[in-house]
Each structure stands twice: as structure tokens, then as C-alpha cells.
Write a protein that binds this ligand. Structure first.
Ligand code: PCA
Length: 328
């Protein structure tokens, strides 16, 4: 090696060493709490999103997911993000409808009952919801719907009269209100805890997707799933606004790119998981099918009441959202 080459090689080595040293100093890890089991499709999409950001930033920003409520229970995740206890997290926002009724737009019974309608509703809701989230010091990255919501019981149910007095597991205000209107007794329980709640008899019914029934193996305690297609609630990937503003533009771009891919992949997984999980419920011995006309009609009437109540609670913002949805 000539002297010049030797010098160049040494310079490169020092340069590379400095670069590695510099990125090691600035490398950060963000913990990402999630409420649902690691095998759930939302959690799988979140893990892929995290890997995308980690790879995309060359490890300068590593995102570490914590599924199953292991870092923060579902009910605590939103506050943890807002307050900066964590920089990023995923949450079902309809559970926070008591803070702002707009968070419940995705849980109005029979407003949007298919994946297609849910997508249309989301297009109409995205701008106003982003405003609400920004005002709460959060940046929205992406949102993915759950499959449509059906009713689980441990007996055959043909009408609302059959539901009277049943202990019902709720996950937000809308589910609790539906229970109340049907004469059931609501008790709010996170998905991570429901297998135990059903096994011990704390709850004996719920409204949820086939996905959550499958994730929590509810056939061990429950027998019937009525695919009433009431609504498709959504999960949201949220970043603390100060943490977001602290990122350089290149990192923000990578995160936004990964978020677009995650939302797209999540939409498809939700559709696929829907059919797969309903089959699995049946394979494991549950009676799976549509509700009878009487029950479906009675539930629709509750939907009309709850739509009125939601419009009353949201006022002009809710009216504008529905108008935008209908115009899409
Ligand atoms: N599963 C979640 C929310 C909606 C759903 O399908 C749950 O039951 O908690």
C-alpha cells in the first residue's frame, strides 16, 4: 500500500468510526404500548410498522412494541402518550368518548357496517379527528378498523327480551349504552382480561369482532356468535406531539411512509382476519351466523336512538361529519 493509500484508508476508518460513534450517541428507542395480544392483526401490523421505522432510520430510531397491555393497560395508553410517558402508542379511541364525543364516531350502531362504508366514514372523520388529537398534544400516524361487531352469548338469543339481566362485557360507552338499552348489565373489561372474565362468570356476553373472540378463545366459555354487523371501531397509532416535533424531517418522512404502508396492510388484514376468525369460532364448536329478523330489527331501533344521542353530544361537528360521509 502506498503512503497516500494508507493515509486514505486511515482517514476512512476514522470517518466511519466517527459516523458509527455519532449515530450510537443519538440512537433512540421508543417503547410502543399496545393493548391487544401479540398474535392479533393490529399488533402484527404495529410490529411491522416498528420494524419499518427501525430499518428505515438505519437503527437511529428503534421502535419496540409491547403488546397485550404489558407496558400500559389499554385504558392508560392514551394518557401515557399525551403526557409523554411514552412517545408512541396504539389505542382504541372510542373508549375515550367521555372526553370528546367525536371519538365515538366509529361506534355508532349501524352507521357504517361494512369495510367499504367504514373506509368512507374514516375519510370523512380524518380531518376533524386530527384536529381533536392535535389539540390533545398528539399526532396521528395511521388507523385500522376492527372487523364488524357481533354479539356473543352462552345461549341462543332470538330477541332483546332474551338478553335481559345478562352480564355484558363492554369496551367503550357505546357498548355499555347498547347493554343498557337491552336490559343487560355492562361491566367494562379490556380485551386482554376477557378470557378470565368469561371463565369466572364476571361476564357472559359481549359485542366484539370474531377477531377478539378468536384471540381470546372465547369458545371455552361462550356458545353463540350473532354476526349483526353493528359497526367497525378503529385503533389509532398516535405519537406525542412534542416527540413528533423533536424528530428531524427525514425521520418524520420515514414514519409517515411506514404509516401509509401499515394502514394499507392493516385494512387488508382486517378483511382477511374477519373470514378466518369466524370460521375458527365455528370450527371450535360455536354457533355462528346472522341474527334472526326480530333481534336484528330491535338492535337497529337501538341504533337509531344511539345515533340521535351521538348527534346531540357532538353537535355541529357530528352533523358535519355525517354530512361529509353521506356526500362521499
Ligand atoms: N375487539 C376489541 C375492540 C373491538 C374488537 O373487535 C375488543 O373487544 O376490545
Amino acid at each position: 500500500m502506498t503512503k497516500t493509500l494508507k493515509t486514505m484508508a486511515a482517514t476512512c476508518a476514522v470517518g466511519a468510526g466517527m459516523a458509527i460513534g455519532a449515530s450510537a450517541v443519538s440512537a433512540e428507542t421508543w417503547d410502543l404500548p399496545m393493548a391487544y395480544s401479540a398474535t392479533n392483526f393490529h399488533s402484527a401490523v404495529g410490529a411491522e410498522f416498528a420494524a419499518c421505522v427501525t430499518t428505515g432510520t438505519g437503527g437511529a430510531l428503534t421502535i419496540q412494541t409491547h403488546p397485550g397491555g404489558s407496558l400500559f393497560a389499554g385504558a392508560e395508553i392514551k394518557r401515557a402518550i399525551q403526557s409523554g410517558q411514552v412517545n408512541i402508542g396504539e389505542r382504541l379511541l372510542s373508549a375515550h368518548q367521555n372526553e370528546n364525543a367525536m371519538f365515538g364516531f366509529d361506534s355508532v350502531p349501524f352507521l357504517a357496517t361494512s369495510f367499504e362504508a367504514s373506509e368512507k366514514l374514516w375519510e370523512a372523520a380524518k380531518a376533524p379527528l386530527t384536529d381533536v388529537l392535535n389539540a390533545q398534544n398528539m399526532h396521528l400516524l395511521y388507523s385500522v378498523p376492527w372487523p364488524s361487531q357481533g354479539l356473543y352469548f352462552k345461549k341462543e338469543v332470538n330477541s332483546v327480551a332474551d338478553m335481559k339481566g345478562i352480564k355484558f362485557r363492554s369496551y367503550n360507552n357505546a357498548t355499555a349504552r347498547l347493554a343498557e338499552l337491552s336490559g343487560m348489565l355492562p361491566v367494562q373489561i379490556e380485551a386482554a382480561e376477557i378470557s378470565q372474565a368469561f371463565a369466572t362468570g364476571v361476564a357472559e356476553s359481549m359485542v366484539s369482532s370474531g377477531s377478539t373472540g378468536y384471540d381470546r378463545k372465547v369458545w371455552e366459555s361462550l356458545t353463540h356468535f350473532y354476526d349483526v354487523q353493528a359497526w367497525l371501531p378503529r385503533n389509532y397509532m398516535l405519537v406525542n406531539m412534542d416527540a413528533w416535533n423533536g424528530l428531524d424531517a427525514a425521520t418524520q418522512n420515514i414514519m409517515n411512509g411506514c404509516a401509509i404502508v401499515a394502514e394499507y396492510a392493516g385494512d387488508w388484514r382486517s378483511i382477511e382476519y374477519s373470514g378466518f376468525t369466524l370460521n375458527e369460532l365455528a370450527k371450535n364448536g360455536m354457533t355462528v351466523g346472522p341474527a334472526g329478523d326480530k333481534l336484528q330489527g330491535e338492535l337497529k331501533a337501538f341504533g337509531a336512538i344511539m345515533t340521535e344521542e351521538w348527534l346531540e353530544a357532538t353537535g355541529e361537528a357530528g352533523q358535519a361529519l355525517i354530512a361529509a360521509y353521506n356526500a362521499n
